[in-house]
Design a binder for this molecule. Structure first.
Ligand code: OAD
Length: 244
């Protein structure tokens, strides 16, 4: 495959490589994607579960969904795509991974220099942002027990420390992601490339003269914009691209 050979050569020579990942990277671990076949948003409307309004209306229902997802993810293992990227970050100081995934599988694979744009399903936040609580705290329990969980500081509601539709991303994460778009090669992997601002990053990188490439099972809105679009499975392609 000509495209793969060109990309592999550019990756070998690149000082700064940035990889944006989405749910497709965790598909081989058995974690459902959002929009693909059997995707989560094919079964339920995002607005009923992943918005502040949904949480306000029915925190228990929202937490039941997150508790179910946490249980499913807990049983999943990082796959070859997570391991390949983690190995790149350990071997090459210029590699940064930006993820939209909240599942923690990049972390479990040992990824260094990881920017989590949409938060973590393994962290909780005080819903009312009480003064006593840290901005978020880790909770790995599966199942969580009595739902909805409470803020240990004020006793009020706790929420998942993830970004919901209509909410802003953490400014420091956005800055780190934007900074990482100054790179030699930018890869967008396993994301439908429709949720902004993550979907804009490949365009920033292009403006910064990076070689841009996509690895996805199917064409996305990013496919026409990148220099190299490769159709295939992340878990099969990434390992072969950059030997470490
Ligand atoms: P999506 O479910 O929208 O897209 C997953 C993409 O992965 C699709 O384009 C698939 O074709 C592709 N794919 C599936 N399996 C793959 C594989 N084995 N190898 C390569 N590609 C594969 O997921 P995201 O783009 O991550 O946001 O979704 C972005 C955001 O929308 C999520 O972070 C979430 C969601 O609503 C929030 O929750 C804020």
């Amino acid at each position: 495959m000509q495209n793969l050979t060109v990309l592999a050569a550019r990756l070998r020579d690149a000082a700064r490589i940035t990889v944006l990942t989405g749910a497709g990277v965790s598909a081989a671990s058995g974690v459902p994607t959002f929009r693909g076949e059997n995707g989560l948003w094919r079964k339920v409307r995002a607005e009923t579960l992943a918005t502040a309004e949904a949480f306000e209306n029915d925190p228990t229902l929202v937490w039941e969904w997150y508790d179910w997802r946490r249980g499913m993810i807990r049983g999943a293992q990082p796959n070859a795509a997570h391991h390949a990227l983690a190995a790149w970050t350990r071997a090459r100081p210029g590699v940064t991974v930006i993820t939209q995934n909240v599942d923690g599988l990049h972390e479990r694979a040992g990824t260094e220099r990881l920017v989590r744009l949409h938060g973590s399903i393994w962290r909780l936040q005080c819903w009312s942002r009480c003064a006593g609580a840290p901005s978020s705290w880790e909770n790995l329990a599966t199942p969580l027990g009595t739902l909805p969980p409470r803020c240990p500081h004020c006793g009020g509601l706790a929420r998942p420390a993830v970004v919901w539709f209509g909410e802003s991303l953490d400014a420091a994460d956005v800055r780190a992601a934007t900074d990482a778009c100054v790179c030699d090669v930018f890869l967008t992997v396993g994301t439908s490339a429709i949720v902004h601002p993550a979907a804009s990053l490949v365009h920033y990188a292009r403006r910064n003269h990076a070689l841009t490439a996509e690895i996805n099972l199917e064409p996305t809105p990013a496919s026409a914009a990148v220099d190299i679009a490769i159709q295939g499975k992340a878990e099969e392609i990434l390992g072969a691209l950059l030997p470490t």
